[in-house]
Ligand binder design. Structure first.
Ligand SMILES: [Zn+2]
Ligand SMILES: [Zn+2]
Length: 816
């Protein structure tokens, strides 16, 4: 076995990095400069050193383990033909646990070969027991298709693996139900197809030995909560047929995977987290773009410039500009880095979050290079999703031969082009989770060579925190995948689905967990269920319509007006924000502008257009406390978790230039108010404690508001959410708490688990929030610390120093 590329287990199934190792582009002409030398030159070009940390991620040799004794010679031989000589330690450990009948989650790095951990016990069982069956669940059809290819390629007698999803022709479905022993599907198909048709699946379910849940970290928030109940419905049907399958889960690295796996399945789950796969070494730099001068033309600090790059125009600060840009933008910084690495002959891939951003990075890098050496700019290109297969192959070829040295891409590249063995990877902005970060960094590293990865921080509190706290990236993960199966907005419809499949019994209520009895009582009161001596029965002819992907109102259809083509849907909860008239809407990499949002018809009319601005909706919010679930009384400070009612109205939107973030204008909107009952975490402080800490009464609103923004920005550090999944509200005196209060709430009806996670990790969360604010180099607050891109109050008032005082008071009193 070789160990020539960073975080990749050669020879094991690697669906989570590349779909087809055969198409991989690896080595090319000539070795580039050593990563340390390259980095030294990059950081020396400006007046100030933008690098906050350099981490040497050493090469790691893999730790192989012997085949488990129960893996037959036939199975070992089949894997050997696919290049797997022996399992890695973590694969063997998870496989052994599963084979012994323990529910297990394997949570290791990208491409550490998690598939072998479940394929081994599942396939060994299928070979040993000719009647046994296996159900495999993937979050996407594409991943299931990948896995099907991997299992089919083993050519094992009698397994007959098959995908069963919305694309499966009717004619094949019956054959699959009757004859396949390894069915690959997704939670939606399980929910809409397999469980309602359980009678037809009885033969399969009765013999079900394993349920494999791949990429289980994707089941988070409300979607994850729904999937948790779909799995409980599956367990119920299996139990009716006398089967008790073992669950094997595969997850990206995350905080506390055993707890998350337990919540998802409702079963005790053992975690295997020690990654024993080999990886190449990488030099990983954290890069914070420098502060801009306070006023155009004023004194230092001077923004550093790439060799030959155009000068930085002063940031236009308009009247409506409530987001003062005080730092050089991550896009410009990434473009300069790309130009510099390409000028050094270094094969570089830059990951940028939006397609337009990727084009801006490529265009700026091209211009810089052409100014230095005319024609050099041609060696840089932008990559967007939606290319044809031949175009992708051409791009791979150009990179392989060195015609192309620099590529700026969205993460669409993950799905399309197969590239490893680059010399350097630039990551423009934290991609949201450590899993994505490592996936992107893992593109760097040619055979046997060290590589360079650079994370360029955007002006966002989380990015700021991370570049100053490398331990949050390179140490033990803290971000956990959260879900809340007790959400009544999820539980009630799922119980209704279960009742259609078979009447609910008192024993079932324990299976569905906390709140199930109350939900059943409400369904009875609403006339949906009828109680009889033998259980609760569904009263209607039709099945309930339940969408796993969210319950924020009926989804809104996005329709192209010129053709009438349905482009897709947006969940009702987000529609006001994302589909208001004038909104720029991205669909599969193509940009559309909304002409009209018809709320009565649940439909938004759009036309294709790619303006050079983005749109940002703003809302006004009111909040009242419904009940308190749990609280901590910490003297002058109180920390609470409970239900709240949030009333909000989207009232305007801003248009901002994509390249610079400059605000063009703010336009009013006329949309109705909406109400949301959800879960919130909130803290209160006594006015005396604030005064003692030196916060003047007049500054209390700005202090709380700034702390609220930063706290929302940092919550993704603790839970896999993004700041758009959560909302906040702060006030110097709230009628329900009668004290200065900061609320942070889940954006989905009934909650999604984020506020609960925030409550459970309150001191760590607020400590990180405090540090992010204190460590930002700006004077009065900026988007990197206390300003928010979705503030309903135009980021006013905000007091950065007082926010630190507020959080110090909270942290001094709150127990760890
Ligand atoms: Zn700042
Ligand atoms: Zn705000």
């Amino acid at each position: 076995m070789t160990s020539n590329d960073f975080s990749s287990a050669q020879g094991t199934p690697r669906h989570d990095l590349e779909s087809s190792p055969a198409a991989t582009v690896s080595a090319g002409p000539g070795p580039g400069p050593a990563p340390e030398d390259l980095l030294r030159r990059l950081r020396a070009r400006g007046a100030t050193d933008p690098v906050t940390h350099v981490e040497r991620v050493p090469a790691r040799a893999g730790v192989p383990a012997p085949w488990p004794p129960w893996a037959s010679a036939e199975l070992r031989a089949a894997f050997a033909t696919r290049g797997v000589v022996a399992p890695w330690q973590h694969q063997a450990e998870a496989a052994n646990l599963a084979y012994e009948g323990q529910h297990v989650v394997v949570a290791t790095g990208t491409a550490s070969g998690k598939s072998l951990a479940y394929q081994l016990p599942a396939l060994a069982t299928l070979l040993a027991d000719p009647r046994a069956t296996v159900l495999y669940l993937a979050p996407t059809k594409a991943l299931a298709a990948d896995q099907l290819r991997a299992v089919a390629a083993l050519e094992l007698e009698g397994v007959r693996p098959a995908c069963y999803d919305g694309d499966t022709p009717r004619a094949e479905r019956e054959w699959i139900r009757k004859h396949s022993r390894f069915v690959l599907t997704n939670p939606d198909m399980l929910h809409h197809g397999i469980l309602p048709g359980h009678a037809q699946w009885s033969g399969f379910l009765r013999r079900l030995a394993y349920v494999v849940i791949d990429e289980c970290h994707t089941y988070r928030g409300v979607f994850g909560s729904h999937v948790a109940h779909v799995l409980r419905r599956l367990r119920r049907q299996c139990a009716r047929f006398g089967a008790t399958p073992v669950f094997v889960l595969a997850s990206a690295t995350s905080g506390d995977p055993a707890t998350t796996g337990g919540r998802l399945t409702g079963l005790p789950v053992t975690a295997v987290t020690e990654d024993a796969s080999p990886r190449g070494g990488v030099t990983f730099a954290l890069w914070e773009p420098p502060l801009l001068p306070p006023e155009a033309g004023s004194a230092a600090p001077v923004p550093p410039q790439a060799i030959g790059s155009p000068s930085v125009p002063p940031q236009a600060i308009g009247e409506h500009d409530d987001l003062r840009q005080v730092r050089r933008s991550a896009l410009r910084e990434t473009a300069d880095l790309l130009a510099d690495t390409v000028a050094e002959g270094v094969r570089t891939l830059a990951f940028v979050r939006s397609r337009k951003g990727a084009e801006v990075v490529a265009a700026n890098a091209r211009r810089s290079l052409d100014e230095a050496v005319p024609g050099l700019g041609d060696r840089v290109a932008a990559y967007r999703g939606g290319y044809l297969r031949e175009e992708r192959r051409e791009l791979e070829r150009a990179l392989l031969h060195g015609d192309l040295l620099g590529l700026a891409s969205t993460n669409a590249l993950e799905l399309g082009v197969d590239l490893v063995g680059l010399d350097a990877v630039l990551i423009c902005g934290y991609p949201g989770t450590r899993a994505s970060l490592w996936q992107q960094a893992g593109r760097a590293g040619r055979s046997g060579q060290e590589a360079l990865a650079v994370l360029v921080a955007r002006d966002d509190p989380l990015d700021t925190y991370l570049v100053h706290h490398p331990e949050a990236i390179f140490g033990a993960p803290v971000e956990a995948t959260v879900l809340d199966p007790a959400n009544p907005y999820v539980l009630a419809p799922q119980l209704a689905c279960a009742a259609v499949e078979a009447p609910l019994t008192p024993a079932d209520l324990a299976l569905f967990g906390d709140g199930a009895k109350e939900a059943v009582d409400e369904l009875v009161a609403a006339g949906a269920l009828r109680q009889r001596p033998t259980g609760w029965y569904w009263r209607h002819r039709e099945r309930p319509e339940v969408d796993l992907r969210g319950e924020g109102g009926a989804p809104v259809c996005v329709v192209e007006s010129s053709t009438g083509r349905l482009l897709g849907t947006v969940d009702g909860g987000s529609s006001h924000f994302l589909l208001h008239p004038g909104a720029v809407h991205l669909h599969q990499g193509v940009s559309y502008v909304v002409d009209d949002l018809d709320l009565a018809d649940g439909c938004a009319l759009v036309h294709a257009e790619e303006p050079d601005w983005s749109t940002h909706a703003r809302d006004v919010t009111d909040l009242s406390v419904v009940s308190v679930r749990s609280y901590v009384d910490a003297g002058p400070v109180g920390m609470f978790l409970g239900e709240v009612d949030v009333t909000s109205q989207v009232v305007s939107y801003q248009r901002r230039r994509i390249a610079t973030g400059e605000v063009i204008d703010t336009r009013p909107l006329d949309l109705p108010t909406r109400e949301l009952r959800t879960v919130a975490v909130w803290f209160t402080l006594s006015p005396q404690s604030l005064a003692l800490a030196g916060v003047q009464p007049a500054d209390v609103p700005g202090a709380l508001h700034a702390a609220e923004h930063a706290a929302i920005g940092l919550l993704p550090l603790m839970a896999t959410c993004d700041r758009w999944d959560i909302g906040g509200l702060s006030t110097a005196v709230h009628p329900d708490t009668e004290a200065p209060t900061v609320f942070v709430y889940d954006g989905q009806p009934g909650g999604a688990g984020f506020a609960e996670r925030a409550y459970g990790t309150a001191s760590a969360w607020l400590r990180a929030t405090r540090d992010a604010i204190a460590e930002c180099g700006c004077e009065t607050g900026c988007p990197s610390c206390v300003q928010s891109p979705k503030c309903g109050n135009g980021n006013n008032p905000l007091s950065k120093p007082d926010a630190i005082r507020v959080l110090d008071v909270v942290l001094a009193n709150l127990p760890d």
